[in-house]
Design a protein around this ligand. Structure first.
Ligand SMILES: C[S@@+](CC[C@H](N)C(=O)[O-])C[C@H]1O[C@@H](n2cnc3c(N)ncnc32)[C@H](O)[C@@H]1O
Length: 208
């Protein structure tokens, strides 16, 4: 099971005014400092940078991200990323984990699978909550039917001091070039419909 993880900070400019002036792709602005974790084939990261640079072609997503000044780090555990030396205690405007999944285990009862996935998301949230700017947002895109609904993202957020501020339908077509990857056992894409992007903020920042 490969856990490829990435950190992709983009250039930042802190004020809300400057966010308005940047180039936006759905929820993300070229002036945000963004940390993306649990990337599959890096096509989501590449999509954000790709549009920003006017549809320029690149040999591979990682090479293209690096050549544009993004930092790409492998083998970072999203549940232990706080204090990871390569991330240098930076705080981010957006921390994004698209389609978290803890992997498959044969014949595992459904309730144990749910619990393992909840642990992954909860520990990711606990770390992200300490790495996000006060006004920042933590985004998790996630399937919103059946087994996936049972993970209870909103409650996991509350347990980690986060408040769900918005849930928005996730449309793959908003991110040209992005392929949603299983992450385990090859290069296959998975069907991400129906999905939502769940946006969280720090409870303390909202109510204090
Ligand atoms: C369903 S795949 C989604 C991949 C990618 N984000 C996408 O949208 O195509 C789940 C990803 O989570 C990663 N993952 C699982 N546990 C992780 C952990 N503790 N830290 C970082 N990544 C993890 C897997 O390696 C896999 O790439």
């Amino acid at each position: 099971m490969g856990q490829v993880n990435s950190s992709v900070p983009m250039e930042q400019n802190k004020s809300d005014q400057s966010f308005k002036q940047g180039i936006w792709i759905k929820h993300y602005c070229s002036s945000h400092k963004i940390l993306l974790v649990g990337e599959g084939d890096f096509s989501f990261s590449a999509c954000l940078e790709f549009l920003k640079k006017n549809y320029e072609k690149a040999m591979s997503n990682i090479d293209s991200l690096r050549s544009r000044g993004c930092k790409v780090i492998h083998e970072v555990d999203a549940t232990k990323m706080l204090g990871y030396h390569g991330l240098n205690y930076v705080t981010y405007d957006r921390i994004v984990y698209n389609f978290p999944h803890a992997g498959f285990s044969q014949n595992e009862p459904a309730k144990d699978q749910v619990r393992r996935n909840q642990d992954l998301v909860s520990e990711f949230m606990a770390n992200a909550a300490k790495m996000i700017e006060k006004s920042g947002e933590i985004h998790i895109s996630h399937k919103c039917n059946g087994f996936f609904q049972q993970w209870g993202l909103q409650k996991l957020g509350e347990k980690n001091g986060l408040v769900l501020i918005e849930e928005v339908e996730f449309k793959l077509s908003d991110y040209p070039g992005y392929n949603t990857k299983y992450g385990y056992g090859g290069d296959k894409n998975f069907d991400c419909n129906p999905s939502k992007t769940y946006k969280f903020r720090l409870k303390d920042a909202l109510y204090n």
